[in-house]
Design a protein around this ligand. Structure first.
Ligand SMILES: Cc1cc2nc3c(=O)[nH]c(=O)nc-3n(C[C@H](O)[C@H](O)[C@H](O)COP(=O)(O)OP(=O)(O)OC[C@H]3O[C@@H](n4cnc5c(N)ncnc54)[C@H](O)[C@@H]3O)c2cc1C
Ligand code: SF4
Length: 496
């Protein structure tokens, strides 16, 4: 274990963040890596408890608790404490194909269930994970692993997000010929277009894609399956197909004025912003510069839109959430080791507070209508406050609070109220069954109703987390390898 008395002697040190006032002048990552010494100190805080809840990877009350890929956290904490970075990297790579992504943007459900967190701030697991993989790249320990033997079997993966990439990595290492189809002009799924550059720099994503290519994975970009190439063609050309197309059908807000120019979905806005950055071009129509911006939706996607609008030079920004503000401490019904549902100031909100002098979030707000500028443009929106009470059955109900109507000036509104599952055209093209746009494929064997066609990631599970997408990519690879070869040596923690 780390240092026997480390958790009593050493305080948790927070990730170093660049100055929230200055960092909005650029698109570089807002967090900076720890020093080796600081990481070793933090590794010493791990108690190596008998039952490491940090890697249980379970759903408790609808939220993830513990690491879903069951990272061997206490083992690498100890190795980092002892300065054995290369050994720590070997342990980390056993369970996580892409720690450079999770170490930067995972919400770290491992830390919520860390035993130290019962009474003290949790071990800084996520930062240690990032430090290990960053050192691995820095020291040149991460090299292309070219498979020694090939099986003559081929697999097509549709979608290059973390689920598709981790499945590709595993199946390529098992010796199969893997081809990834992606409709965008760059691979990475939401890692590339979705999560903004200041959270996850696109060089970090591209570095991993390049590595996979060097290891033998083929990427076919700008190709939408179901439109540019038919499912029948793929089924004929490959021994197996995996659908990893994500859950990107946006939830809409069908209220008066929805058709006005200036009202956009979050994914369109975020994708355009990253494209602008990478292509060094501007799209003035989808840019917050000089505008009053309102982000509807209180989640992480909304926060990413706030941070993006700040960097584009918005005149004002407000973010609406339908739910009341979270408590500052765990509520009675949200005890350890469940994920802590508590108030926090995200990176975007820290930045907005610096810029505008106050928290730009408004809770318990419902948008009722978009107001026209007299032509086809947007001028403002109209809201009312919602009260949350319980009905006679104990269920939560929301009611409008009389006298709280308000009009907010806005020339750009971004709708970030979630996703409704996989997009229908591909489901129809393949003839795969789905329920509420989640592809029907049981966790563990991942088979759809179509022979040889499997599904994994958000397309199967619904909008989730990168770490779950990696879990599903690894697990579907295990199932597909077994399907192709009649046996498999690929790891699975959930094999049935
Ligand atoms: C704005 C935003 C921010 C997020 N931030 C975080 C975060 O900080 N941390 C975290 O853990 N999770 C975050 N998430 C969630 C996380 O990104 C997803 O859960 C994860 O990316 C899902 O991976 P996936 O591989 O299943 O799908 P995706 O990443 O959605 O990838 C699916 C890919 O399939 C492609 N595709 C779809 N249809 C076709 C077709 N017919 N032909 C070819 N290609 C196709 C798409 O273009 C896309 O590239 C965020 C989500 C959003 C929307
Ligand atoms: S992947 Fe996420 S949950 Fe797992 S150890 Fe890393 S930060 Fe924690």
């Amino acid at each position: 274990m780390g240092k026997a008395t480390g958790f009593m002697e050493i305080k948790r040190e927070q990730a170093i963040e660049r100055d929230p006032k200055k960092r909005t002048n650029d698109w570089k990552e807002y967090s900076a890596p720890f020093s080796d010494e600081m990481m070793q100190r933090q590794g010493a805080r791990c108690m190596d408890c008998a039952t490491p809840f940090c890697h249980i990877g379970m759903e408790i009350d609808g939220a993830t608790s513990g690491c879903p890929i069951h990272n061997l956290i206490p083992e690498w904490n100890d190795l980092v404490y002892k300065g054995k970075w290369k050994e720590a990297l070997e342990r980390l790579m056993k369970t996580n194909n892409f720690p450079e992504f999770t170490g930067r943007v995972c919400p770290a459900p491992c830390e919520g269930s860390c035993t130290v967190a019962i009474s003290d701030p949790a071990v800084a697991i996520k930062n240690i994970e990032r430090a290990i993989i960053d050192k691995g790249f820095e020291m040149g320990w991460i090299k292309p692993r070219i498979p020694k033997a090939r099986t003559q079997k081929s697999v097509a993966i549709i979608g290059s997000g973390p689920a598709g990439l981790s499945a590709a990595d595993q199946l390529n290492q098992a010796g199969h010929k893997v081809t990834v189809y992606e409709r965008s002009d760059r691979a990475g799924g939401l890692l590339m277009y979705g999560i903004p550059n200041m959270k996850l720099e696109k060089e970090v994503v591209q570095r991993r894609i390049d590595l996979l290519e060097q290891e033998g994975v083929s990427f076919i970009l700008n190709t939408e399956v179901g439109k540019d190439i038919s499912p029948d063609q793929l089924k004929e050309d490959f021994d197996s197909v995996i659908l990893c197309t994500g859950s990107q059908k946006p939830r809409d807000l069908p209220i008066p004025g929805r058709e006005l120019k200036g009202v956009h979905f979050a994914m369109d806005y975020l994708t355009q912003a990253t494209k602008n950055l990478l292509d060094k071009e501007e799209n003035p129509a989808l840019n917050a510069h000089g505008k009053d911006v309102i982000v509807i939706g209180g989640g992480d996607t909304g926060a990413d839109c706030v941070a993006t609008a700040l960097r584009q030079g918005a005149k004002s920004i407000n973010q609406f959430a339908i739910n009341p503000q979270l408590p500052f401490k765990r509520a009675e019904d949200n005890q350890w080791p469940a994920y802590p549902k508590v108030f926090s100031l995200e990176y975007a909100h820290k930045e907005a507070k610096e810029q505008f002098g106050e928290d730009i979030r408004h809770h318990s707000i419902q948008t009722k209508a978009f107001i026209t500028d007299g032509e086809d443009g947007l001028q403002a929106l109209y809201t009312v406050e919602m009260g949350k009470t319980r009905d006679e059955n104990g269920m939560f109900v929301y009611d409008e609070v009389a006298g709280t109507e308000e009009v907010w000036p806005a020339q750009l509104v971004i709708i970030a109220i979630g996703f409704e599952g996989a997009e229908e055209p591909l489901l129809h093209a393949f003839g795969v069954e789905a329920q509420r746009n989640k592809i029907d494929a049981a966790y563990g064997d991942f088979r759809t109703n179509i022979e040889g066609v499997f599904a994994a990631g958000d397309a199967r599970r619904g909008q989730s987390l990168i770490v779950w997408a990696i879990n599903e990519g690894r697990e579907v690879a295990h199932a597909v390898d077994h399907y192709l070869m009649g046996q498999t040596t690929l790891p699975s923690v959930h094999a049935v």
